[in-house]
Design a protein around this ligand. Structure first.
Ligand SMILES: *Cc1c(COP(=O)(O)O)cnc(C)c1O
Length: 461
């Protein structure tokens, strides 16, 4: 067997070309064999399909590049939940843009690692410029906002709590205050960082009540970090940021906004007003692998000023020796807690350049419009109940005649049948089907068919 080719170097692209063609063919074939949003048959059928394609995960002798790429890529596509399919609408799991996926191939081939300049000369410079442009979207009135690239909202929230902990170093520990609708990663971050268990404020209306936050802060003697959410996971609701910011500042507390979902509304002049008050935050999480049409990972943590990131500075002689830094070699190590790090910024940079802010806004507006359309169709549907008007692109609804158990069963039946992927969300004490619309190309007939699926097999009890 010949030695395997490398992806980089002067010959790398020519080695890649036929392999990429093979990958593309396998993707097409896999999608055709799947024939829907998700494979039919549920976990057992998928596991059997993986076993059949994979055989031995590490055979003694290799099967060769072409056979392996074709077999396993086709298997993965055949067994995928593909968010580009109109009936795949469960999670904040977006269909990535082709241009972003293509850019990601270059990131893999060149493999810059963003832990030192000598591994990523241009990638490091690109990251600084693109993250500053995105940070300026969050903090438009400030002179030097900055942002770190993360693996997503989970890491961004962790970093936000870490920075808050470090700002309070030497004093009493930071107490996180968040709503019951906050993302689970906020609780985990506090646990990981050795902070007290967050004070969780009840959110019976689905969003944080500023008066309830004031009540919580009133009882706290010391430093608090209030975590508000712009785009909750269950309903896409946005906490009243401006009022929460006012309460927070009145009590001398700090505000972090988890805008992992809602943050990219900032691209759209029409939708960005929903985030009024965001500028008062000490840090903001936002994900471009949700409302930004990037392949995972494409997270950001934006801060009002680069100086806020200073606690992350760190020295390791083999990556940023003092004399190298003094001699002018940029120091990248303080821009993440990770060491080896992919240039996730490349696909983002390419996308922003290709579409411009207006192009991003058009996609954001399209999914918000589709969510409003779907909600209107639910309202007009005799057999369906709407939870409420969507704030971003999440619509909760349920068959009128179904109890919680029937809703859960319906979701699993559609999933196992390979017909539709709905999410589930508990709100108002009941279980709802959740459609998170992130596909900007949904047509009215897709929405009708989605609702048709949601009423199937439900009989009055
Ligand atoms: C998705 C999400 C997260 C987690 O982000 P990951 O990118 O999955 O790590 C955190 N908070 C909110 C509000 C989210 O929607």
């Amino acid at each position: 067997m010949p030695m395997p080719a490398l992806a980089g170097g002067r010959q790398g692209a020519e080695e890649l070309r036929p392999l990429v063609q093979l990958v593309l063919d396998a993707l097409t074939e896999g999608a055709r064999r799947r024939g829907g949003p998700v494979p039919r048959g549920g976990p057992a059928a998928v596991a059997a399909g993986v076993d059949e394609a994979l055989g031995e995960a590490m055979p003694r002798d290799g099967r060769g590049e072409r056979e392996s790429l074709h077999t396993l890529v086709r298997m993965l596509a055949e067994g995928a939940a593909d968010p580009a399919e109109p009936f795949c609408a469960a999670h904040l799991h977006c269909p990535p843009l082709a241009v972003a996926a293509a850019a990601d191939l270059a990131a893999s081939a060149l493999n810059p690692s963003l832990d030192s300049w000598d591994q990523a000369p241009a990638a490091g410079e690109l990251e600084i410029r693109v993250t500053r442009a995105l940070a300026a979207l969050v903090f438009p009135d400030l002179p030097a906002p900055d942002a770190l690239v993360t693996t997503g909202g989970t890491e961004s929230n962790q970093l936000a709590l870490l920075l808050a902990r470090e700002r309070a170093a030497g004093g009493p520990r930071v107490q996180v205050v968040c709503g019951a609708s906050a993302h689970h990663s906020v609780l985990r971050a506090a646990w990981l960082l050795g902070l007290p268990h967050p004070m969780v404020v009840d959110t019976p209306t689905g969003v944080l009540d500023p008066a309830a936050v004031a009540g919580a802060l009133d009882e706290l003697p010391v430093r608090a970090l209030v975590v508000a959410t712009a785009g909750t996971t269950d309903t896409g609701a946005i906490d009243p940021l401006r009022q929460i910011a006012a309460v927070t500042s009145h009590y001398g507390a700090e505000l972090h906004v988890d805008a992992a979902y809602g943050g990219p509304l900032l691209f759209s002049r029409r939708e960005s007003g929903k985030l009024d008050g965001l500028q008062s935050a000490v840090s903001v999480s936002l994900d471009l692998h949700k409302l930004g049409w990037q392949p995972v990972a494409a997270g950001l943590l934006a801060v009002p000023d680069s100086a806020a990131l200073r606690p992350l500075e760190h020295q390791a002689d083999y990556l940023n020796a003092g004399d190298d830094t003094d001699a002018g070699l940029p120091d990248l190590l303080g821009r993440s807690l990770r060491t080896s790090r992919r240039p996730d910024v490349l696909k983002v940079a390419v996308t922003l350049r290709a579409l411009g802010r207006e192009g991003m806004a058009a996609l954001v507006d399209a999914v918000c419009d589709r969510a409003r359309d779907l909600a209107a169709k639910v309202e007009q549907h005799p057999d369906l109940v709407l939870y409420g008007q969507p704030t971003i692109s999440t619509v909760l609804f349920r068959p009128r005649a179904a109890d919680d158990e029937a809703v859960a069963e319906l979701r699993r039946r559609l999933l196992y049948g390979g017909r539709a992927v709905f999410g589930r969300a508990r709100a108002d004490g009941r279980l709802w089907l959740k459609a998170t619309l992130l596909n900007p190309y949904l047509r009215p007939e897709d929405l009708d068919a989605l609702l048709q699926l949601a009423t199937e097999g439900i009989t009055a009890r």
